[in-house]
Ligand binder design. Sequence first.
Ligand SMILES: Nc1nc2c(ncn2[C@@H]2O[C@H](COP(=O)(O)OP(=O)(O)OP(=O)(O)O)[C@@H](O)[C@H]2O)c(=O)[nH]1
Ligand SMILES: [Mg+2]
Length: 232
Amino acid sequence: MAQFNYNTKEIIAKLVYYGPSLGGKTTNLQVLHKILDPASRGNLFSLETEADRTLFFDLLPINLGIRKGLELRLKVYTVPGQVKYNSTRRMVLTGADGIVFVADSDVNRYNDNIESLQNLIENLAVNSINIHEIPLVLQYNKRDLPNILSVETLGKKLNFRNVPSFESVAIEGKGVLESFIGILKGMMTHFAEKYHLAKGKTEISRIVEHMEKNLMEHVQKGQKIQKSAIQP
Ligand SMILES: Nc1nc2c(ncn2[C@@H]2O[C@H](COP(=O)(O)OP(=O)(O)OP(=O)(O)O)[C@@H](O)[C@H]2O)c(=O)[nH]1
Ligand SMILES: [Mg+2]
């Protein structure tokens, strides 16, 4: 569960990327790490098998100014998608404040997506987190593959809460930032209500807009740094 430090005006929160193995969760964190200005994020910690599959989890710390005197310190995790690592997935979900469910659009992964969502629901319940309440977005990844499930089919099976959903090609960096902004909006709205950071819906929207603006500034700074690094 998120903590709000009233003295330092910091919200400390946890976001988890969940989904079937090889769906693209680690790739999402790699992209975020790459595009964000180093001042807004820490190092990406990953523990992988020899075949580059997550063995334990990945962790990327991201700090975002929300408005003057209010910071969000986010720890972004991925779970290992392989079925055999369920106890690790449960552990990573402890205290989660938001979920990005990364589905694999490949037609052959239809059942794996459904099983992974069932598994998420069970593991949240074990952690006393209500799947109907936690901020959640869906990401339909690997839209570049030749044989993919339609967004409608994926939505019908996976989007039982009618939450925001995003198409992505994470290896090309497409849709990654959009999904991240989507879950941040959901989480910040939740925190603003929970910690009484704003009066009414209009002020909450203003906080969320401000946060998005700050994030985009970090992305632009990250681009400038990358450009200057590749120039001779
Ligand atoms: N074609 C395609 N491949 C992708 C895409 N996103 C990720 N991949 C590839 O899919 C493979 C698995 O990606 P990962 O990010 O490691 O998947 P994961 O969900 O972290 O997998 P686990 O750690 O086993 O749970 C890698 O070879 C990626 O390069 C995509 O959008 N399209
Ligand atoms: Mg992984």
